[in-house]
Design a protein around this ligand. Sequence first.
Ligand SMILES: Nc1nc2c(ncn2[C@@H]2O[C@H](COP(=O)(O)OP(=O)(O)OP(=O)(O)O)[C@@H](O)[C@H]2O)c(=O)[nH]1
Ligand SMILES: [Mg+2]
Length: 222
Amino acid sequence: MPTTLNTPTKMNVKILGIGGGACNIIRSFPSGYDTNPELIAVYSNNSEKILMERFKTTANLLIGDGSGTNADPACGSKAAEDSSAELKAHLQGANLVILIACMGGGTGTGATPVIARLARECGAYVAGICTIPFNREGQLRQQKAADGIEQLKGQADLLVTIPNEFISSTAKPAPGILDMFKQMDELVLQVSQEILQKYETGGIAEIQATIPVEGASCFSSS
Ligand SMILES: Nc1nc2c(ncn2[C@@H]2O[C@H](COP(=O)(O)OP(=O)(O)OP(=O)(O)O)[C@@H](O)[C@H]2O)c(=O)[nH]1
Ligand SMILES: [Mg+2]
């Protein structure tokens, strides 16, 4: 059965993919997502601009001065702060904002907590979905991801984390990296759908029990 994601017209939902991996994820969402909910690709490097603009299903937003982050979350955070007016212009009017980030690099890790705060300031319920790097990506990436998730917990109403490692540990034989990313894309899509449905029906408090992904963790601020 094809995956679909429908929202009633009274809901204004924006889904942001923040950083390279998360932009890839939202671009893999089924077509028909372009208007409702609105998909917004957020990136920090001028060199990504041409690629981002090729995808017509998403709005694109370059944050910061276009020089990227050199994998430093502090630079991602600064880029989001420097572009807070543009970000708020995109976030305005939403009642549900879903922020997707692949943690461990500079842009998604650093910018997402700032964007969560901005979305809240715009009056939205803010849900985050974050992936955690593979163990093989190294301790430094893991630590950056853990720090970013801690910061995001303080700014989001709901946060779901999904370890990449879950995919490589369940599939035998282990799939190639692109296949694993593809499976992660699908898991993130499922979690997005679940959040949308629960938000719509007023059952967001029960989300933890219904997250359709084994190995995911769920934190709620309420
Ligand atoms: N699901 C998925 N995960 C990805 C993909 N590319 C990278 N990742 C994961 O995302 C983590 C962060 O990478 P990026 O999203 O490229 O980082 P970024 O947020 O763009 O940050 P910088 O490029 O360092 O500014 C990596 O450590 C990988 O675990 C992708 O295409 N799909
Ligand atoms: Mg990047």
